[in-house]
Design a binder for this molecule. Structure first.
Ligand SMILES: Cc1cc2nc3c(=O)[nH]c(=O)nc-3n(C[C@H](O)[C@H](O)[C@H](O)COP(=O)(O)OP(=O)(O)OC[C@H]3O[C@@H](n4cnc5c(N)ncnc54)[C@H](O)[C@@H]3O)c2cc1C
Length: 286
């Protein structure tokens, strides 16, 4: 099938992009890497009147350390998460998750902004926004606002982005000296969307967990932060007892549904296995 006819504009600034959207009756789509949107157009799952190609907006590029945040421009490609020295150093969980996103050809085009704007619950980066305490920078007709990841993901493919708003950057607090992190996922084949995936970022002081965030993907309509499991570990030494307690707490945190791929009971089991693996990895000496 072919995409329906659409008009195409290529703004050079955020203001031009916003006004290109405002000049429509709302039936427009921004396009960044096109790795999700182009297949959706071809299948006519989406058929906007206008495509606004944001790929040439310089202000959406680049990675920089600004004050106490690492600022990752929306157009940063998945492949760059693997190589950018600032991301490797200050937001290493994103680098650790990036190889699990699809295949190299898709990672070379897909962008962090596109992934977080789309908010597919099976995608790696939306969940990693929760694990890293990221804030989402959003530009709209009324200016710029920052939304904590905890408030950003609202329902299936629904986020705090209002129609016409542009995700301009991701802001991440740089990891501290006592911080550890780990990402892993279980998939039928490497490169497939995960059956279950998770990222953990923790501050360990003298073997005790002072602070941690654990976020799962592919377990529900949104990425999920597992508060009960986090509470079971916070203030405790990272040992077999606390790990087992956190695995048991997952039952209260997760509410997956049966689907064509996996029954809910299997997904719960996979989540427990995965959490055990990740925490076991954190427990090993750095
Ligand atoms: C075969 C295949 C396998 C894949 N496997 C995976 C996988 O395992 N894991 C994974 O995470 N992803 C996977 N993807 C998706 C891929 O990672 C996409 O690149 C990503 O989800 C979207 O990024 P993009 O830049 O291509 O966005 P686009 O496709 O250009 O846009 C996606 C959506 O986001 C909106 N959008 C884009 N940028 C912005 C912005 N800055 N502000 C507001 N709205 C915006 C668009 O309007 C559109 O609705 C796969 C894709 C394919 C084709």
């Amino acid at each position: 099938m072919k995409a329906r006819a659409f008009s195409y504009v290529r703004p050079r600034t955020v203001a031009e992009a916003l006004s290109a959207f405002a000049g429509t009756d709302g039936d427009a789509s921004y396009i960044a890497g096109g790795q999700s949107l182009v297949p959706a157009l071809a299948l006519r799952l989406q058929a906007p009147d206008r495509l606004i190609d944001i790929a040439h907006i310089e202000a959406l590029r680049g990675v920089s350390l600004t004050g106490d945040r690492l600022r990752i421009g929306a157009l940063t490609r998945h492949a760059e998460l693997l190589t950018d020295p600032l991301i490797l150093r200050h937001a290493p969980l994103l680098s650790e998750a990036a190889p699990y996103i699809a295949h190299p050809a898709i990672r070379n085009r897909g962008t962090i902004g596109g992934s977080v704007a789309l908010a597919d619950p099976a995608s790696e980066l939306p969940a990693m926004m929760l694990a890293t305490s990221a804030e989402i920078e959003i530009s709209g007709p009324d200016g710029v606002r920052l939304v904590p990841a905890d408030d950003y993901f609202q329902d299936l493919y629904q986020t705090a982005l209002e129609p016409g708003e542009l995700l301009t950057a991701i802001l991440v607090p740089p990891v501290g000296p006592d911080e550890r992190w780990a990402f892993d996922e279980l998939a039928r084949r490497r490169g497939d969307y995960a059956l279950v995936g998770a990222g953990v970022q923790a501050t360990l002081v003298d073997g005790t967990i002072a602070r941690l965030r654990i976020a799962f993907l592919s377990v529900g309509a949104t990425p999920v932060r597992v508060h009960q499991a986090e509470a079971a570990l916070t203030g405790a030494p990272l040992d077999a007892t606390s790990i087992a307690r956190a695995q048991a707490a997952l039952d209260a945190d997760l509410d997956p549904t049966d689907d064509a791929q996996v029954p809910a009971v299997t997904r719960r089991h996979l989540a427990r296995v995965l959490l055990g693996r990740l925490l076991g990895r954190l427990a090993r000496p750095a």
